[in-house]
Design a protein around this ligand. Structure first.
Ligand SMILES: Nc1nc2c(ncn2[C@@H]2O[C@H](COP(=O)(O)OP(=O)(O)OP(=O)(O)O)[C@@H](O)[C@H]2O)c(=O)[nH]1
Length: 351
């Protein structure tokens, strides 16, 4: 889930330090390295939602010494631990989905890195814990001020270490759950416009870099304002929910995305999908919305509903803007080739 609601404090020096390390290729030779990193790899979002307790995978980046060995053994009681001796490369890092960084900082001189490095989006959702064999008050204070969630002196008492790591993971899981609530539209349970914009920015960037097509479909449910006025908000809400379920049903790739955009409009994002491919999904959406609306709004209600569907496919150039693509997709709702489902009344009349 997105990082939009991640507390700003976590986007501080640790992330900056790591970021610079990745961008400039700083390698901490194991012998010279007083900074170590433990990354707890992420379980999928839905598992976070289902339970605050889970088994994580830990990436431990540390020189092989007796402290690391002990730390690894202790962490392995709750988590899987992958031990490596150098910071991951930028490429490797992009494949890691971390829940937690545990960094070992033994020398004050390493703290100099902290203030010089820029913040890295990839780490903004990841809490960090610092561990150290040096009980320096300066290091501890600096790390905590820099946004580290905890500081643990090594060697650590096993029970205390495990409890503190679990606490950090649980807190992070709660934050993620709250973040999720902030990005979901309450009526339809689809992602809301805010999350959609973040998602689209990311996908558009990816499409620009890879020079691959991306399609946006827009769907507008017509007739809901009248239904709202005539039969009440609750009835109209149920119809909108049914439409949202229809929208959701027609997405079959895990990379596809649908949101409630504004009012009675939905937007679907289909990465890696060209125009003929998008047309296949438009066809599916047409069927899904026709069925959903005719089930949800009985013809005798006197308020016929129908859906308009339009879409836009681009292979975006450098500098392409999400807002322009969204506008183009919405404009297609009024283009000649926009698809319009039969109204619920027409369906009823046709038997
Ligand atoms: N993004 C997206 N594209 C789809 C979807 N379904 C079909 N398409 C597009 O339509 C094309 C033809 O779809 P299908 O006839 O289902 O063939 P397919 O090759 O089995 O589809 P995929 O396994 O999804 O690649 C695909 O190559 C896609 O471009 C979908 O759910 N999402």
């Amino acid at each position: 889930m997105p990082a939009a609601t991640a507390p700003r404090r976590t986007r501080t020096c640790w992330r900056r330090w790591f970021s610079r390390a990745f961008y400039t290729g700083i390698k901490l030779a194991p012998r010279a390295a007083d900074v170590f990193l433990v990354a707890v790899s992420q379980t999928p979002e839905y598992e976070f939602m289902q339970s605050l307790y889970y088994r994580s995978t830990i990436l431990l980046v540390a020189q092989a010494d007796e402290h690391t060995t002990l730390l690894k053994e202790q962490l392995e009681k709750d988590c899987e631990v992958l031990h490596v001796q150098a910071l991951p490369t930028r490429e490797e890092w992009s494949h890691l989905e971390n829940d937690l960084l545990i960094m070992r900082i033994d020398k004050e001189s390493y703290m100099a890195h902290l203030s010089t490095v820029e913040h890295d989006m990839r780490l903004e959702d990841i809490p960090s814990i610092v561990v150290s064999i040096n009980k320096s008050k300066l290091i501890e204070t600096h790390c905590l001020k820099a946004g580290s969630r905890d500081f643990i002196a090594l060697p650590a008492d096993e029970d205390i270490l495990r409890a503190r790591v679990q606490n950090t993971l649980r807190l992070q899981a709660r934050l993620r759950r709250l973040s999720a609530l902030a990005i979901v539209d309450e009526t339809t349970r689809l992602p809301n416009k805010r999350y959609f914009r973040e998602y689209l920015d990311r996908e558009l960037g990816r499409a620009v870099r890879a020079q691959r097509p991306i399609s946006l479909l827009a769907a507008d449910i017509l007739g809901l304002p009248e239904l709202r006025t005539g039969r009440g908000a609750a009835v109209a809400e149920r119809c909108l929910q049914a439409a949202a379920k229809g929208v959701e049903r027609c997405l079959q790739r895990s990379s596809d995305f649908a949101c409630r955009y504004v009012g009675d409009k939905f937007i679907l994002v289909l990465p890696e999908t060209d125009e003929p491919g998008a047309a296949v999904v438009v066809g599916r959406l047409y069927e899904a919305l026709t069925d959903a609306l005719s089930d949800a709004s009985p013809p005798e209600s006197g308020f016929p509903l129908r859906a308009l569907i339009g879409g836009k496919t681009v292979v975006p150039e450098r500098g392409a803007r999400a807002s322009v693509l969204i506008r183009a997709a919405l404009e297609q709702l009024h283009a000649d080739d926009a698809r319009e489902t039969p109204s619920t009344e027409e369906i009823a009349a046709a038997g």
